[in-house]
Design a protein around this ligand. Structure first.
Ligand code: PLP
Length: 385
């Protein structure tokens, strides 16, 4: 019966010309989404370039994590659906009850899950201009309306965010440090933002670069997530842990909040390799500390080199992350610098699509790479008229 029906409908569809007026129509809020634009790794001619465009770890991955990854369960077996061992390891490291930890296929999955659990058509989701580009996508995907707050000299402005909160607001996203600016809100500002938000608004604190922040500068997000019903902190293994390719993130918040998000995450969302690698990576905090120290030292050196070109209109937005947003406000344009660096074998991130045609986001690489970038910027700035 079913077979006959399928055969008949296959014949019908072969006979008919494609009906362009009658096909699946995406919901209007989905149709309005522009796909996420990742950092490139090759130039237009396909030549491989040193990639300083996606904030990956120039030191690679903990060797202990790589070794553990080799020992993971074979791919023919499903992974642990609940990433139990990883959640216990993270709980121990950060002093969090594992029931308050949720793992995701990258923190990107968790940002999407948070938006769609709490916002939908008619609701509003707020974030700052020059915020992380994924917030626009996850807000729209849920059907909600994205609302963009003005920045304060490229940083997140708590007063401007709060001024946009109304009875339609459901979620506020704050990346701290923020991408692509690197700007950072200190603990007091995060506390002030949370204290002024209505209790029914979810504050998502995206700490993708949290491991790069000096421990004494911690923004207090994990403590807020432990004692508030409306705070979700997201973290990732993609940056300081050097595991971007394995796609692993995690989030913590109130047990009730985590339980809701857990219902709509992907089943088996962390692969066997991902779980094995991250358990060992969490145990190897020496690698994370080394990554933070390397980054802090090279970032300071690079920022000083950029500031030395201030008379040519270059400046660095103060950064607590593993990248620096360099602004070009003189004769050398960001576009020309982007092209010139590419000719020299380096790909960075030029951001005209994010309202920053005058900005280049440059990931902090090795000392040698940063010396080469600084030298190239100096040459180009001095030659520009
Ligand atoms: C890189 C980044 C992430 C991490 O994304 P993953 O999906 O975990 O790789 C999240 N938020 C911000 C602001 C980022 O820059």
């Amino acid at each position: 019966m079913l077979c006959q029906f399928l055969a008949a409908s296959a014949m019908r569809s072969r006979a008919m010309a494609p009906d362009t007026d009658n096909r699946p129509v995406p919901k209007p809020w989905i149709a309005a989404i522009h796909a996420y634009v990742p950092g490139k790794s090759a130039g237009a001619d396909g030549r491989p370039l040193v990639k300083l465009s996606a904030n990956e770890n120039p030191l690679g991955t903990s060797p202990k994590a790589l070794a553990a990854r080799e020992q993971a369960l074979v791919p023919s077996l499903y992974p642990d659906p609940d990433s139990v061992v990883l959640r216990e390891a993270l709980g121990k490291l950060h002093g969090i009850e594992p029931s308050r930890i949720l793992c995701g296929t990258g923190s990107g999955e968790l940002l999407a899950v948070a938006a769609s659990a709490f916002a939908g058509p008619g609701d509003e989701v707020i974030y700052v201009r020059y915020g992380f580009s994924l917030y626009d996508i996850v807000a729209r995907r849920s059907g909600a309306t994205p609302i963009v707050a003005p920045d304060a000299d490229y940083g997140t402005d708590v007063a401007a965010l709060l001024a946009l909160v109304n009875e339609k607001t459901r979620v506020v996203f704050v990346a701290n440090p923020n991408n692509p600016t690197g700007s950072f809100l200190p603990r007091g500002e995060i506390a002030r933002l949370h204290a002024a938000l209505p209790a029914n608004v979810l504050l998502v604190l995206d700490q993708a670069y949290g491991e790069y922040v000096a421990p004494e500068d911690d923004d207090g997000g994990l403590e807020l997530a432990a004692k508030s019903a409306n705070v979700l902190v997201t973290r990732t293994f993609s940056k300081a842990y050097g595991l971007a390719g394995d796609r692993i993130g995690w989030a913590t918040g109130a047990a009730e909040l985590i339980e809701v998000l857990n219902r709509i995450r992907g089943p088996f969302n962390l692969s066997n390799a991902a779980q094995a690698a991250t358990v060992a990576a969490v145990a190897d905090q020496a690698f994370v500390d080394m990554s933070r120290r390397h980054n802090a030292a090279e970032r300071a050196r690079f920022v000083a080199a950029v500031e030395a070109l201030g008379n040519h209109g270059l400046r660095a937005v103060p950064s607590q992350a593993n990248f620096v947003l360099v602004l070009f406000e003189g004769a050398l344009s960001a576009e020309a610098a982007y092209e010139g660096l590419m000719e020299r074998g380096y790909i960075t991130r030029w951001l005209p699509g994010q309202g920053l045609p005058h900005g280049l986001r440059i990931t902090i690489g090795t000392a040698e790479q940063m010396d080469a970038i600084a030298e190239a910027l100096r040459e180009m700035a001095e030659a520009a008229r």
